[in-house]
Design a protein around this ligand. Structure first.
Ligand code: HPA
Length: 290
């Protein structure tokens, strides 16, 4: 068991890393060159997706790795799936941990940091989110230019290991315009309506009130969700290159066309099932030129 006061969350957990490294060796897999985090709605359809040239090589669940928690959120299984094209390997994180499940911010980032600390340099973080702008319709995608961390928490709280990143890391360009441009090109190819904007991360688990949505919208935010910001901060601390994608599963509360529209978690998962295959194909194609 790690002691969060003496073992900074900004340090590596060697037993977790070596367990995953051994597993990759057993499967004869190279270290992935890129890692994709799939948000709710995008995670489940991955299993059924047939991608020409990419072979599925195996999966390992978070619970098999020392010190890692399993996810309790619907649509968030908590496994890594590995795919290969030629000799090149990528990993997909099917599900993630959230603050609203009662996890500490520093625990939420463990699944991405495990890959980061093994040496993966490129990341694509996706999420399901509510749209905050009426021109960005439910079912479309918003590539993330920047974020606002509205949770009041930070995964880097606690002692810092300077060998991994600075105490006060720069956050002036978290999301990579280069990776986002590649994603945009392939999303366009698959006729997925694509926008750019700012993601605001909140704790949840309650959805926002219309007053909160109105506030975020007037602040110029593009999408709102309950994930991503901790992972992006922790990866930027380690100087990783990050693409960011919000799948706009619904309009923010009060922005829907029908007065009195309400929001459910099932609706968010269902919206993902319809558009997810096109988004996943665009992500696989983007990985080829990452
Ligand atoms: N708000 C917050 N998180 C979300 C939403 C939303 O409207 N939709 C999907 N995740």
């Amino acid at each position: 068991m790690e002691d969060s006061r003496t073992t900074p969350t900004t340090s590596k957990c060697d037993s977790r890393l070596s367990r995953l490294k051994d597993w990759l060796n057993e499967k004869n897999l190279a270290l992935p060159y890129a890692h994709v985090v799939l948000g709710s709605g995008l995670a489940l359809p991955l299993q059924d997706l047939e991608m020409k040239d990419w072979s599925f090589e195996g999966e390992i669940s978070f619970s098999e790795l020392p010190g890692m928690t399993s996810s309790t959120a619907p649509g968030h299984k908590g496994t890594y799936r590995f795919y290969k094209k030629g000799t090149r390997v990528v990993s997909f994180q099917v599900g993630r941990l959230h603050g609203f499940e009662g996890n500490k911010a520093s625990d939420v980032v463990k699944p991405v940091l495990t890959l980061a600390d093994l040496g993966v340099e490129k990341f694509i973080i996706t999420n399901a989110a509510g749209s905050l702008q009426t021109h960005m319709k439910a079912g479309s995608v918003m590539l993330i230019n920047d974020h606002v961390n509205f949770t009041g928490l930070n995964p880097l709280t606690g002692p810092n290991d300077e060998s991994l990143g600075p105490r006060f890391p720069d956050m002036s360009q978290i999301y990579s315009p280069r990776i986002n441009k590649i994603l945009e090109k392939h999303l366009n190819k698959h006729n997925v309506e694509t926008h750019f904007g700012i993601y605001i991360g909140v704790n949840g688990p309650s959805f926002e009130t219309p007053a909160e949505i109105n506030l975020f919208s007037n602040w110029g935010m593009g999408s709102v969700g309950m994930s991503t910001v901790f992972e992006a901060i922790a990866l930027k601390h380690r100087s990783k290159e990050i693409g960011g994608l919000s799948f706009l599963a619904n309009m923010g509360a009060g922005l829907g066309e029908k007065a009195g529209d309400t929001l459910t978690g099932e609706e968010v998962l269902e919206a993902g099932r319809q558009t997810a295959p096109s988004i996943l194909k665009a992500i696989f194609e983007s990985l080829e030129t990452l």
